[in-house]
Design a protein around this ligand. Structure first.
Ligand SMILES: C[S@@+](CC[C@H](N)C(=O)[O-])C[C@H]1O[C@@H](n2cnc3c(N)ncnc32)[C@H](O)[C@@H]1O
Length: 260
């Protein structure tokens, strides 16, 4: 990847890709939930919701962020960046951030959230990354891998673009998440989850822990820490029902791995 002043280059690259009709080439049978995430109306609602909701702001996000190393002057990839809530924090912590997502409206939102302070990349994480070998010190990939078909390809690509001792932090549905129905852990399959407050159904891949663990280990990503987070006290004020559910159930899991 050619490094240029943050923001500029990628805005250009991103518009070029959008012009090339990227959206119409998406394979929606593999790239799950694309139609939701590429909907500008959904993106707006999602961005507003995760700012201070129980599920993200007061449960998953603080746990995942706690697994990152000090970020000053590091090159960090925010893979599946969404509307940029975390990219913004990474920039504030002094990192040079590349934000990747398969949704153009999510990247637009990330550019706006960070004041164009990141390099944006329109990238389906089901495809090889258009990024150089050993170009990142850390990768942050929150709540994304359950939309990606081939976890081995994704983690081998993450390992390729990480520098030695680089850190990959990811979070995903807990393998024992009670809201995922019809579990058949012996084979890869996906199920639909209702996001009632957004009036959408999301399709996600369900994976048993051993499949996630294998994809890490087979690609030289040593698992250092696994968190089963508890909601923060703020979640109780924001959304007592979500707080009660998250206090009792294993909903997301957060993992820190190091490239060996
Ligand atoms: C639940 S959101 C999480 C956003 C962000 N990581 C956060 O924690 O706030 C999932 C994000 O992953 C992106 N995504 C899902 N599947 C993807 C794929 N195959 N390639 C690239 N991005 C993907 C979606 O567009 C969305 O922005």
């Amino acid at each position: 990847m050619t490094r240029t002043p943050a923001g500029q280059l990628t805005v250009r690259r991103f518009h070029q890709l959008a012009k090339d009709n990227y959206m119409s080439t998406m394979d929606s049978s593999r790239s799950l939930s694309y139609s939701n995430y590429a909907d500008p109306g959904f993106v707006q609602k999602y961005a507003a919701s995760i700012r201070d909701n129980a599920w993200n702001a007061f449960y998953e996000r603080p746990a995942s962020l706690s697994l990152l190393p000090p970020l000053k002057d590091l090159d960090v990839l925010d893979a599946g960046c969404g509307p940029g809530a975390v990219s913004q924090l990474l920039v504030q912590a002094g990192a040079r951030v590349t934000a990747a997502d398969y949704s153009a409206p999510m990247l637009e939102a990330t550019l706006a959230a960070t004041g164009n302070a990141v390099t944006c990349l329109l990238q389906d994480l089901n495809e090889p990354l258009v990024l150089d070998d050993a170009s990142f010190d850390a990768i942050y990939c929150a709540l994304v891998i359950h939309y990606v078909d081939d976890l081995h390809l994704l983690f081998s690509e993450f390992a390729r673009v990480l520098r030695p001792q680089g850190v990959l932090v990811f979070s995903t549905d807990h393998p024992e998440n009670p809201l995922l129905s019809g579990r058949e852990p012996e084979r890869k399959h996906f199920s639909e989850v209702e996001w009632a407050s957004f009036s959408v159904r999301m399709q996600v891949y369900q994976r048993p822990w051993r499949e996630i663990e294998q994809a890490c280990l087979a690609n030289g990503l040593h698992i250092e820490q696994v968190l089963e987070p508890k909601p923060l006290a703020e979640a109780e004020q924001t959304d007592p029902e979500a707080y009660a559910y998250l206090s009792k159930n294993k909903h997301f899991i957060c993992v820190r791995t190091v490239k060996r």
